[in-house]
Design a protein around this ligand. Structure first.
Ligand SMILES: Cc1ncc(COP(=O)(O)O)c(C=O)c1O
Length: 367
């Protein structure tokens, strides 16, 4: 028997992960000096200076000791930021880590998971890893979740888990709170609803938006990777019902967040001034970029996140390649489940990067 024959069938059936093109790769391939990446929804302003200072002050002798399982300073900072009681919160290695543990707790091979599509591609990856069957529900024309379709599919297909991404990646729209509440209430006693608020801080509502949705079957997940610009430290957190949390804690790795990560993350969450500056700057630039792209003939959808979703006059594959040849990397969404062949996602950068993007798009479209 070959070693590879021991690998689970659901893994063998998966396509290998294709990472986006890096700045270095594009520079080399096209012989360019200047390349701007607006493809991964990263935060161009960087983390809070207070978080950076805290990271630098970490005592190196602490690195040989495992971190705390329940890092109190981080839990307190999360409670202050969100209003969620810290006793109901879990922390994880990024929001992806929290999603994975949630799947470990709930999803066995053959179980169903419902996703309104298009949505965040990593949900599809974890579903494949766990051998889950996807129940894919089409969205409304403004990409909001079609609540009636969710109700029908939940009754017909009996999924274990419904994942609602709000604001949604890649379409950028935030769900109406009443719709989310209706879905959670409908699903009570039937399945768990995971609400992914990775981009929550960019939306119009404040961090306490869904605090009063407290049903036992709801999990709300957040991350420090986006508005707090700490993607490399891998810190996520979630609030969930008491009974579910007890089961979750049995399945999580005991030390999901490193000591330097939680020390820096606690400071970042407390630095409201930096957060407000980042969010305000990105929202202003997003409005400007959206208007300019529309003037050039792209259809740009309203976004509550740090990126915009747009339809281009040509196939996304060509549009993205032409932009790349000129030094701008954006995301081709045509292969996302539920997307069309002319749809792209563009992250919002600093003003000078966005100006470069607009210049390059103008050039591609007039070519
Ligand atoms: C919707 C959504 N959820 C979760 C994540 C992952 O977040 P983290 O970096 O905390 O794992 C991302 C990252 O792009 C995302 O877009």
């Amino acid at each position: 028997m070959r070693t590879v024959d021991l690998v689970r069938d659901c893994i063998k059936r998966m396509e290998p992960y294709k990472p986006g093109k890096s700045v270095e790769y594009v520079k080399r391939k096209y012989g360019l000096k200047k390349v701007v990446k607006l493809a991964s929804n990263e935060n161009p302003y960087g983390p809070s200076p207070k978080a950076v200072k805290a990271l630098k002050s970490v005592d190196p002798t602490k690195l040989s000791v495992y971190p705390e399982t329940f890092p109190e300073p981080l839990l307190e900072a999360i409670e202050e930021h969100t209003g969620w009681e810290k006793e109901k919160v879990v922390v994880g290695a990024g929001l992806d880590g929290i999603l994975e543990t949630t799947f470990r707790v709930l999803v066995s091979e053959g179980d169903k998971v419902l996703l309104p599509v298009p949505t965040y591609p990593y949900y599809h990856t974890i579903m494949s890893v766990f051998g889950a069957k996807g129940v894919f529900v089409e969205r409304n024309s403004d990409f909001s979740v079609n609540v009636e379709s969710v109700f029908e599919s939940v009754d017909r297909e009996r999924p274990k888990l419904v994942v609602i991404c709000s604001p949604n990646n890649p379409t950028g729209n935030a769900e109406r709170k009443d719709d989310v509440r209706a879905i959670v209430e409908f699903c009570e006693g039937k399945c768990v609803v995971f609400i992914d608020e990775a981009y929550g801080e960019f939306a119009d509502y404040d961090g306490k938006s869904l605090k009063d949705i407290e049903e036992e079957n709801v999990i709300i997940g957040r991350t420090l990777s986006k508005a707090f610009a700490l993607a490399s430290l891998r810190v996520g957190y979630a609030v969930m019902g008491e009974e579910l949390r007890k089961e979750y804690l049995k399945a999580t790795t005991p030390f999901p967040v490193t000591t330097p990560s939680y020390i820096a993350a606690s400071e970042a969450l407390r630095d409201r001034e930096h957060l407000n500056f980042v969010v305000k700057s990105i929202v202003e630039e997003k409005n400007r970029v959206s208007k300019e792209l529309e003037k050039m003939g792209l259809k740009v959808y309203d976004s509550s996140a740090n990126f915009v979703f747009a339809e281009t006059p040509m196939k996304a594959k060509y549009f993205v390649e032409e932009l790349m040849k000129r030094g701008v990397i954006v995301r081709d969404c045509s292969a996302f489940c539920g997307c069309r062949e002319n749809q792209v996602r563009i992250s919002i950068g600093r003003k000078e990067d966005n100006d470069f993007l607009l210049e390059v798009v103008r050039d591609v479209l007039s070519f």
